[in-house]
Design a protein. Sequence first.
Length: 444
Amino acid sequence: MRQNYLEDFYSFLRFPSVSTDNEFRDKVRECAQWLAQKLKSIGLETEIVATAGHPIIWARNQHKPERRTVLIYGHYDVQPPDPLELWDSPPFEPVLKDGYVFARGATDNKGQILSHILGIQETIEQNGDLPVNLHLVIEGEEEIGSVNLGSFLSQNHDALNCDVAVVSDTGMIARGVPTLSYGLRGVTALEVKITGPKMDLHSGVFGGAVANPITVLAQLLATLHDREGRVAIRDFYDHVKPLENWEREAWRKLPVEGDKLVLEETGLPELFGEIGYNSMERIWARPTAEINGIGGGYQGKGTKTVIASHAMAKLTFRLVPEQDGDEILRLAKAHLRKHLPKGVTMEITDGHSGPWYMTDPHSPLGEAAQHALQKAFHRDVALIREGGSIPIVSQFRGILGIETLLMGLALPDCRAHSPNENFPLENFEGGIRLNKAILQELAR
């Protein structure tokens, strides 16, 4: 790998392009400008597209009518680096250690998208052109829900007419194992607020005579699951698509032991989950109801003998084919109202949402992706689903009418969104090879 590639990577990583915090707004813009200049320098027509939030970088080669058109998507924004005290080195001062680059955004998504850019650069340098018509769309708001990307796709629908999207923003099942993710879970969210008295009450004066909102909330949340971890909301599983036999067989042959991997990554003493499924099946193909946050009452040092006036909880539901997010929210709200104890009121607020995604890994496009992964990494390809959600993938299908090939380069221990995020140079180089291979395969 050329030394200037590593210098490009370091330059890209030094921008604290944190999209969620307005304090970093100028740095996000500077990162977009650096990226646009990089794309222009390798011979692509590039523009910085303003949005209501952070800009989108849109780059293209010269399109020819006889060629297939490919869209490559990525993002240049990153998560906040907090907690800073847990980093071994400053999060925006990249460090190379034992073949890994440590910095915020190293894996998610700067290393992955830059490897594609460098692959494009090498192909243009070697051949004078690419084998396909290309759109590169790199946004600055993925970490805050891609709030303006859908509008960009709709407004430029005709200009963005293409055959397939390629995304490297997912993971490899294990080091050195090329991985095609053909499914993602969806997500939908809500927040519950339980209100009792109009103010905090003295627990000695009023305790026993009024309902405690925190106790009520705890009782209410406990009704969401049975003892085995199965979601207890009525009709929750009615439309869940069962696993295909070929999927279970393929997942059993993966070169990792899923249950062992989960225990190692989490440090848990034992596993827990829906009976009849192993860890990978639970994560990739089963829906969930999760309590992501809970609060209420006194949180300071020592004791304060109060009955809090209110308590709150944040919930998300991971969705699988063929579940509908609006229907799941309706069922969840009905369940919560049915099980609400007396003496309090409840307010439910909807949160963000994004649909599940599935594509056929055995379609011609899926086969092209598998061939490219084999060429780049010289090993058999793992076919998996993923437990997370990438809402924009469904927008590519809904707005542009195209399927997405999810060809991730992240490792299970990359620590994306956590302190000491890292990206191995072997995957950085592998991503360059992958870009050249997938564009060649899609050109056939």
